[in-house]
Design a protein around this ligand. Sequence first.
Ligand SMILES: NC(=O)c1ccc[n+]([C@@H]2O[C@H](COP(=O)([O-])OP(=O)(O)OC[C@H]3O[C@@H](n4cnc5c(N)ncnc54)[C@H](OP(=O)(O)O)[C@@H]3O)[C@@H](O)[C@H]2O)c1
Length: 288
Amino acid sequence: MILLLGGSGYVGTAFRQLLDTKSISYRSVARADVDYTQRDSLIHLIRETNPSFLINAAGYSGKPNVDACELHRSDCLFGNAVLPGVIREACEQTNLRWGHVSSGCIFTGAKPDGSGFTESDRPNFSFRTNNCSFYSGCKALGEEVLEGAENCYIWRLRIPFNNVDSPRNYISKLMNYDCLLSARNSLSELSDFVAACLHCAQNDVAPGIYNLTNPGDVTTEDVVEMISRHGLSNKKFRFFASEDEFMQVAAKTPRSNCVLDSSKAVAAGIQLPDVHDALEAAMKNWES
Ligand SMILES: NC(=O)c1ccc[n+]([C@@H]2O[C@H](COP(=O)([O-])OP(=O)(O)OC[C@H]3O[C@@H](n4cnc5c(N)ncnc54)[C@H](OP(=O)(O)O)[C@@H]3O)[C@@H](O)[C@H]2O)c1
């Protein structure tokens, strides 16, 4: 049985759908049912339910976007940096294997040769580097809290998308914004991401950090071209002239745009289709 924290959220819902499809026994717990943010309550829950694995899909992501994290700093700090430490303590005390949904937004840019950051690179968009949003800083702190954690996976999700129209889906976001920021990014197809996490839970994958992005990277312009070609929108997309204009007009805090290297995950036997193929498939099967 898998214990799922944050199963009511966007990412948590994708976990529930996958577990339902595969008929895997799980218990999805909401804070309103059991306050899993308190270590002793969580330990009690683990002892009572005796799971074989715990998935932490809980956290504070800010709605409609990360700008909200600048206003709700204590929620953001608690949900993204303190809570992983609480779960670590509970899992280590009960000897439970577990995985934490982290984010690739703790990096900015790419390596000088254009390649992606690997799991051994230090985050360069964090409070340590003093250039980040409050959200990214908290996500990086959350990973620091988990340094040296036993039997723990840190799964980095990055700009999720899939074939279902939703305010949380990157493809929908691009179609709905008035004006777009030109950037190069790695992305995670959401069902590929949750399947990759489940693969870790069910197989003999070494614990540690995994960049779970679909291999490759795309520019905003690449994705917009696909949206138009697949007939998802006939809008004439507009772009900000520069990141400075984007910051002045549309954003309260800097955004992470980055390329990640997912070859460690692929070498561990985790299936992640190429990002271009995953985007094409999502748009071909688009559900409005
Ligand atoms: N969505 C993205 O674009 C994205 C990208 C990269 C990484 N992530 C990470 O993925 C995780 C899940 O994100 P999500 O987009 O699924 O978020 P979400 O839709 O807001 O759901 C998160 C869930 O976490 C639980 N929770 C626990 N503590 C919380 C707190 N302090 N504030 C708010 N919710 C809290 C809530 O469930 P209950 O109250 O029912 O327990 C909530 O439903 C987060 O760690 C986020 O940083 C998300």
